[in-house]
Design a protein around this ligand. Structure first.
Ligand code: AVJ
Length: 336
């Protein structure tokens, strides 16, 4: 597949790279609630656990979004015409196949097969490479240019598009991990990476009962708990830390006021943890928590507010939205 696959590591994963852990230091030094950035969930083991979460009976998110994509994909491809697909946080690229199928089926003027171009961006190089190889087997006319890095790094390092237009996909409600301020910054970066006429496809989880939400983040098999605790194992490896996973407990709840699920790790005793590579230690009291993730729940009617740029900045307009029969998840096609 050599001629159809290229992979580029955007920033070396070096366990002693102190600059890389600045976000960990900032989060753990917080006076009020200590926090850790959710991107540290996704080492190869964490990405595999996340795939298991997606298949859980309680985790409606992936199933519902897949269902909506199946309904909407043909329409999306017809609206945008031939497009290069860029995916932020591509993971296993399972949902991407639905879009690739739609773009493959787009009739081209001379009946020649459409060239398919896919640019996945993910911090987890292992899962990115595996899924790229799977895709190349299944799509003979597919070209994959993978970027290993954060979506910020990816958006700033996009190579020129192969097709006239580009569709940047941000699925699975990863947007929910961002605070309102981070959200604004993120949309600025997306607008910066798009040419006028390019498209952006956004999948967002919608507000619903606390009962359904809390079940989705406290599954009966304990996979979400393992996923949450795995972040500490990842930090142990990456920053030579000494978190004892037995001394922390998964805790997830719906914060109704902020309309967000919060995932925390609760310290089971007074303890001090060292992160040797960062030359830093953090003390926790028994019962104190570290917040590892917010997962905001949105309202499709608020989408225009979410997309509104700062005065003078470029616009991203919502072209069409889709949802499921219960209104649990929303998909929005936007255009620059
Ligand atoms: C990938 C961020 C959308 O918030 O639902 C799943 C991650 N965390 N279970 C989410 C997650 C716990 C997921 N996102």
């Amino acid at each position: 597949f050599d001629s159809r696959l290229s992979l580029q590591q955007l920033k070396s994963i070096n366990p002693t790279d102190v600059a890389d852990g600045a976000d960990v230091l900032t989060g753990l030094a917080q006076q009020t609630t200590k926090t850790l950035p959710p991107k540290y969930f996704y080492d190869d083991r964490g990405s595999a656990l996340f795939e298991q979460i997606c298949a859980l009976p309680e985790y409606y998110v992936t199933r519902t979004e897949t269902h909506i994509l199946q309904k909407a994909a043909t329409q999306i491809s017809e609206i945008t015409g031939p497009c290069e697909l860029v995916e932020l946080g591509s993971g296993s690229s399972t949902k991407t196949r639905i879009l690739l199928d739609a773009y493959r089926n787009l009739s081209s003027p001379n009946d020649a097969p459409n060239t398919l171009s896919y640019l996945p961006i993910d911090v987890s190089g292992g899962i990115l490479k595996e899924s790229a190889i799977d895709l190349l087997k299944q799509y003979p006319s597919l070209q994959v240019r993978g970027l290993i890095g954060t979506y910020e790094q990816g958006l700033q390092n996009l190579p020129p598009a192969i097709t006239p237009h580009r569709l940047i996909c941000f699925l699975g409600s990863t947007l929910g991990n961002l605070s309102p301020a981070e959200c604004q910054q993120f949309f600025d970066q997306v607008r910066g990476a798009l040419q006028p006429g390019d498209y952006f496809l956004l999948g967002i989880d919608l507000q619903k009962s606390a009962k359904v939400l809390e079940a989705a983040y406290n599954d009966s098999q304990g996979i979400t708990a393992a996923f949450n605790l795995n972040m500490l194992r990842h930090l142990n490896w990456r920053f030579q830390a000494n978190f004892d996973l037995d001394q922390f407990q998964h805790y997830a709840f719906y914060n109704e006021q902020q309309q967000q699920i919060e995932m925390h790790l609760r310290s089971l005793r007074d303890q001090t943890v060292e992160l040797a590579a960062l030359d830093f230690s953090v003390s926790l009291m028994a019962g104190e928590t570290i917040r590892t993730e917010i997962s905001r729940k949105f309202d499709l009617a608020q989408l225009p507010n979410l997309l509104e740029p700062k005065p003078g900045a470029k616009w991203l307009k919502s072209v069409q939205t889709w949802t499921d029969s219960q209104g649990w998840f929303g998909l929005a096609l936007c255009q620059a």
